[in-house]
Design a protein around this ligand. Structure first.
Ligand code: ADP
Ligand code: MG
Length: 243
């Protein structure tokens, strides 16, 4: 395996709120990393800095061996390779499911409509929504909407997928279908960074779990070992509360 993304000494403040305080993290190709930590510890900010939805203050992010320059072209290229799935699905409400999935390939990448339709249908089949091409998001369950959001992100053929608490807004009975979709992607070798409170999923599916506290990564390692043998006191305290 080779490193897909390497983050070094990342800092980010909002006003005088110093949120990221020197984050180091590297993810290899094909690796699934779960990022856990208390609310407010900076997990979403870290993901948002990775695809430049937020501008970092300090530190370096290397993607595919190259530093990302804070230039529009460089950021646009990066965003095409990094898919993101949010807690609240952010689908276009006035577009059908298939139109949602086709939007970026057609309008950002210039893929032909015909090709986008064929690929979009394939992706929707893959996430188990073969009977929903023409449905509108509001007619779907939360779990179905999140699977559309995943298909939509995959439509750009990303190299890296970022998930920010993809199941936190779902009714408990709908969590499993979204986790299963992510598990499938992991099996296919997709590189993923997943912020989650689903500790069972992290332990089972993630190659690596990392714990963030107050804007730094306290510890991380192979998931089985991480959960069986956390080393730092703050990790133990956190796991004590959530497990
Ligand atoms: P987490 O995802 O771990 O819950 P966040 O990254 O969302 O944590 O937030 C970390 C801190 O950064 C919080 O104090 C939050 O209020 C602050 N923060 C996040 N985004 C912004 C923003 N756009 N503007 C100002 N403060 C922000
Ligand atoms: Mg968050």
């Amino acid at each position: 395996m080779s490193e897909l993304i390497t983050i070094h000494n990342l800092h980010k403040s909002f006003g005088d709120n110093h949120v990221l305080r020197g984050v180091d993290l590297s993810v290899e190709r094909g690796e699934v990393v779960c990022l856990i930590g208390a609310s407010g510890s900076g997990k979403s900010t870290l993901l948002r800095c990775i695809n430049y939805l937020e501008q970092k203050d300090e530190g370096t992010i290397e993607f595919e061996g190259k530093s990302i320059l804070p230039k529009a072209k460089s950021i646009k290229e990066l965003r095409q390779k990094v898919g993101m799935v949010f807690q609240h699905f952010h689908l276009f409400p006035h577009k059908t499911v298939l139109e949602n999935v086709m939007e970026a390939p057609v309008h950002v990448k210039g893929v032909s409509k015909k090709e986008a339709i064929a690929e979009g249908k394939q992706l929707l089949d893959k996430v188990g929504l073969q009977d929903k091409y023409e449905a509108y998001p509001s007619s779907l369950s939360g779990g179905q909407q999140q699977r559309v959001a995943i298909a939509r992100a995959l439509a750009m053929k990303p190299t890296l997928m970022l998930f920010d608490e993809p199941t936190s807004a779902l009714d408990p009975e709908l969590v499993g279908e979204v986790l299963d979709t992510m598990k499938q992607l992991a099996k296919e070798g997709m590189t993923m960074i997943i912020v989650t409170h689903e500790m069972g999923f992290a332990r089972e599916v993630a190659n690596k779990t990392v714990f963030m506290h107050d804007g730094v990564i306290i510890e991380g390692g192979p998931s089985k070992e991480f959960f069986a043998n956390p080393k730092e006191l703050r990790t133990k305290e956190f796991l004590g509360k959530v497990l």
